[in-house]
Design a protein around this ligand. Structure first.
Ligand SMILES: [Zn+2]
Length: 332
C-alpha cells in the first residue's frame, strides 16, 4: 500500500496553479456535464464544476483531458489532486478559498464592523456594502435582500447561525447575507443566483428572475420564513371599523354609519402603508418636498377616519416594532 504522505509531498505549487480570478461560488453548485447537484467539485484552475472524483467521473476526466489537477469538494470543503485522488492539506494559503465559498462568523467578526477590506484586484470595499447583480429583472428582490441584510438583529442571526437544514429558502438567504458581509470577497459584487432560484421554486414561479415587485415579495418572504429574528419588524395595531349603509330617502341617497355594529380587532403587522405626496423627479433642480414622519403616521392616531367602500376605519398603533417598514399607499 502506498504511503499517502509521500504522495502529499509530491504536490507542489498548488497555490500557483489556482486561478482565484476564475472562481465564482455564486452559481448553483451543479456539475457542468451531468447537471447533478451531488458530489460536486470545483476545478480551481478554470473554475468549472464537475461531479466526481472516481475513475471516469466528469472531474476525473477533466483532470486528464485538460491537465487541471486541483479540485475542491464544494460540500466537504476538502481539496484534492486529481486524477491521483490525493487529499491536499488545508494550508493557511488555501483558507481564503474556503472563506470565499462559505464565509463563517464569530461575534468578534461582527464587533469589528464597520470595516474596510480589499478584493482580488486590491480594490477597497466597505464590508457589507456590496452590489447584488441584476441578472435579468431581479432588482425588486435585490432591494429587499439589501434592506434585510442591513437590519442588525436579522443580519447577526444569519451571520451567526451555521445553517438552516429545515428550510432551503432560509439556507440560501443566509448564505447570501453571509457573502454580502464577507471581508474575504474576491470581487466586490455578488450574484444572487442560488437564493433566487430557490425563491422561484418555493413560490411556484410567482417570483422569478424576470418578474416580481418589492412589496409583495417582502411580505411573501417574511411570512414564508417566519423567522424569530424577524420579530424586530413586527408591530401591533388596533383597527376599528364601523359599517356604512346607503339609505334611500326623498330623492337622495344618505349614508348612515351603524355605530352599534362597530368592531375592534387587534392584529400584528409587518409594514404600514402611508400616503406619500407624489413626487416628480423630472429635473435635478426640483426641490423634493419634505414630509414629517409624524404627519405620515397621523392615519394611525386612533382618531383619523379612513373611509372604505363599506365602512369607516380608524387605526391605532398599539406597539411599534424596533424597525418600522413604511410603504407608499397610492392616493385614491
Ligand atoms: Zn479546469
Amino acid at each position: 500500500m502506498s504511503n499517502p504522505f509521500s504522495k502529499k509531498r509530491k504536490i507542489n505549487n498548488v497555490d500557483n496553479s489556482i486561478h482565484r480570478e476564475l472562481l465564482d461560488f455564486d452559481f448553483e453548485k451543479v456539475c457542468s456535464v451531468t447537471l447533478s447537484p451531488n458530489n460536486v467539485y470545483c476545478c480551481l484552475v478554470c473554475g468549472k464544476y464537475f461531479q466526481g472524483k472516481a475513475k471516469s467521473s466528469p472531474a476525473y476526466n477533466h483532470s486528464i483531458s485538460v491537465n487541471h489537477h486541483i479540485y475542491l469538494n464544494l460540500t466537504s470543503e476538502i481539496f484534492y489532486q486529481l486524477p491521483d485522488d490525493v487529499e491536499i492539506p488545508k494550508t493557511h494559503e488555501l483558507q481564503d478559498i474556503i472563506e470565499y465559498l462559505n464565509p463563517t462568523y464569530t461575534q468578534r467578526d461582527i464587533d469589528l464592523l464597520p470595516r474596510i477590506s480589499f478584493d482580488l484586484n486590491s480594490d477597497k470595499y466597505l464590508v457589507g456594502y456590496v452590489g447584488l447583480n441584476n441578472i435579468k429583472q431581479n432588482d425588486y428582490a435585490n432591494v429587499i435582500v439589501q434592506a434585510l441584510a442591513h437590519i442588525e438583529p436579522i443580519r447577526n442571526h444569519y451571520l451567526l447561525t451555521k445553517n438552516h437544514p429545515q428550510s432551503p429558502l432560509n439556507e440560501t438567504l443566509g448564505n447570501l447575507i453571509k457573502k454580502m458581509w464577507s471581508p474575504h470577497l474576491f470581487k466586490s459584487h455578488i450574484a444572487p443566483h442560488e437564493f433566487l432560484n430557490c425563491v422561484a421554486r418555493t413560490s411556484k414561479n410567482k417570483f422569478t428572475l424576470e418578474k416580481g415587485s418589492p412589496k409583495p415579495f417582502l411580505l411573501w418572504l417574511l411570512n414564508k420564513l417566519n423567522e424569530k429574528s424577524f420579530d424586530c419588524l413586527r408591530g401591533k395595531i388596533e383597527m376599528t371599523s364601523t359599517p356604512i349603509v346607503a339609505h334611500e330617502g326623498n330623492d337622495k341617497v344618505e349614508f348612515i354609519t351603524l355605530e352599534s355594529k362597530t368592531k375592534t380587532v387587534e392584529q400584528k403587522f409587518w409594514m404600514l402603508s402611508v400616503e406619500v405626496p407624489s413626487q416628480s423627479f423630472a429635473t435635478k433642480s426640483e426641490k423634493i418636498q419634505e414630509v414629517l414622519l409624524e404627519d405620515l403616521l397621523l392615519k394611525y392616531d386612533g382618531e383619523t377616519k379612513t373611509q372604505g367602500e363599506k365602512d369607516i376605519k380608524t387605526y391605532r398603533l398599539v406597539e411599534l416594532p424596533e424597525y418600522l417598514i413604511l410603504t407608499k399607499q397610492s392616493k385614491i
